[in-house]
Design a protein around this ligand. Structure first.
Ligand SMILES: O=C(O)CCC(=O)C(=O)O
Ligand SMILES: [Mn+2]
Length: 446
């Protein structure tokens, strides 16, 4: 196993945390080859999660952790993969019983329970422009919890505690390179020999792209706790084209009579699977179809399709996890409270000197269907995936430039006075609205 060289990583800044570490990996290697980066020196704390107890403590808490929803119990023994989820709540009594009998535990949405994971993923999603998710795996010594498989996401495995022996295999065919769906479980005879075999220790990072088959097992004397951070699910050119092509056709049908002309009377007699033998009329038909397909690109509303994709992403996003400073200067830290028998400090006290900043890059996006302008935003999203509808509100046409100005000014603070609206009153009203929705914060707590 030691014969596999570990790439040395000169860029690891432990103070800044694992986020930088993964970000550099994304920039350098994503969707190319699997790779390992050791922590330098190996560190048992990577600032993300610390111990098995810290992760699975949630099972002890008031949190409603449900088998099958938040926690899976699995085993892979003698080539057979099983799931052992009983119905109901995952309480420590039964969770640790499963673990003691050799089962692996997979926590499915740690970001809903752990603020550290939430914070980490909320930064990554901004950088990736694609949803970032996580699963946490705890595996007992000498066992394996999952059969070999590949996933439909870019995977960043961060070893948190203990050790795990990993084997990673090339995609088996071109069709399995960067796949759009995850694979079924494979048997050992279906996957060939590993291209990478390594034992991860606490602080190590292993990256493998979509389509690389992998399996991990524990050494006899060590358990393993790792988090797999994922991103780039359904985030390919093809996924964007899936939005663009129907939209382009809608435009072409409306604007170009050629797309509305009737099909040849006899086309059913020479086209279609049953007629795929040579017929001279097929060539003419195919050439006409090819011409229409080529012309379609000219009708493609690319920005509108990108906005559709962006709206999906905004819905997938975690709400921004705010630093104490950001919190104190946003609506979340507002000093409104009950006192002397009435609410005090009601309403944002914004004036034209107040300096404001978008709370996070990408937390809001201006879109238009050609008639109404809407501002979509993530700050009211839930930490539980899609628990909330995507939120938006209408922006008056005369305020659109002002919102764009604030979005593009990020990360700079700008004074309310400098926002391009027609009047002081409008500037203040817009800033107050965005502040109330948690989309902007002020330079000083109000
Ligand atoms: O730890 C394991 O057994 C498998 C984990 C896995 O498949 C993953 O992290 O993607
Ligand atoms: Mn996997």
């Amino acid at each position: 196993m030691d014969s596999f060289p570990r790439q040395s990583s000169t860029c690891i800044l432990r103070e800044v945390g694992i986020y930088i570490y993964i970000y550099i990996y994304i920039e350098v290697t994503m969707t190319s080859i699997p790779s390992v980066s050791p922590s330098q020196p190996p560190c048992p704390r990577v600032g993300l999660l610390v111990t098995a107890a810290a992760v699975f403590i949630v099972c002890n808490s008031k949190d409603d952790v449900q088998y099958g929803v938040n926690l899976d119990v699995t085993s892979y023994t003698n080539g057979k993969r099983d799931t052992h989820n009983p119905p109901g709540r995952a309480l420590p009594f039964s969770v640790w019983d499963f673990y003691s009998s050799g089962c692996s535990l997979r926590m499915l949405n740690p970001q809903a329970f752990s603020s550290t994971v939430w914070n980490f993923l909320s930064i990554l999603q901004e950088q990736f422009g694609s949803m970032a998710g996580a699963n946490v795996y705890l595996t007992p010594p000498g066992t394996q919890g999952f059969a070999p498989h590949y996933d439909d996401i870019e995977a960043f495995v961060v070893q948190l505690e203990g050790k795990k022996h990993w084997r990673v295999y090339n995609p088996r065919s071109l069709e399995e390179v960067l796949p759009v769906t995850s694979s079924p479980n494979f048997s050992q005879s279906e996957i060939g020999s590993p291209v990478l075999e390594v034992v991860l220790e606490a602080g190590d990072l292993l990256y493998f792209p979509r389509g690389f088959i992998h399996q991990g097992d524990c050494l006899p004397n060590s358990h393993s706790l790792h988090v797999t951070v994922s991103s780039f699910q359904r985030n390919s050119w093809g996924d964007l084209l899936a939005k663009l092509v129907p939209a382009a056709l809608g435009v072409a049908m409306e604007e170009d009579v050629e797309y509305r002309q009737g099909l040849p009377l006899d086309y059913l007699t020479y086209m279609g699977v049953q007629n795929s033998d040579k017929d001279p009329r097929r060539e003419k038909f195919l050439s006409r179809m090819g011409g229409l397909m080529n012309k379609l690109a000219g009708y493609a509303p690319v920005d509108a399709a990108v906005d559709e994709k962006a709206k999906e992403f905004l819905h997938d996003c975690l709400p921004p996890a705010l630093t104490p400073e950001e919190q104190a200067s946003s609506v979340q830290g507002s000093s409104t409270r009950w006192g002397n028998g009435r609410p005090l400090n009601v309403g944002a006290n914004i004036n034209s000197q107040t300096r404001v900043q978008l709370i996070r890059a990408g937390c809001a996006r201006l879109c238009s269907d050609g008639e109404v302008i809407e501002l979509y935003y993530t700050t009211d999203n839930s930490r539980v995936y899609h628990k909330e509808e995507l939120k938006s509100f209408e922006i008056k046409t005369e305020c659109a430039d002002a919102v764009e100005f604030l979005i593009h000014a990020y990360p700079k603070f700008v004074s309310v006075r400098s926002i391009p609206c027609d009047s002081v009153a409008e500037r203040i009203a817009l800033a107050e609205l965005l502040f109330e929705k948690g989309i902007i914060r002020t330079a000083e707590p109000l």
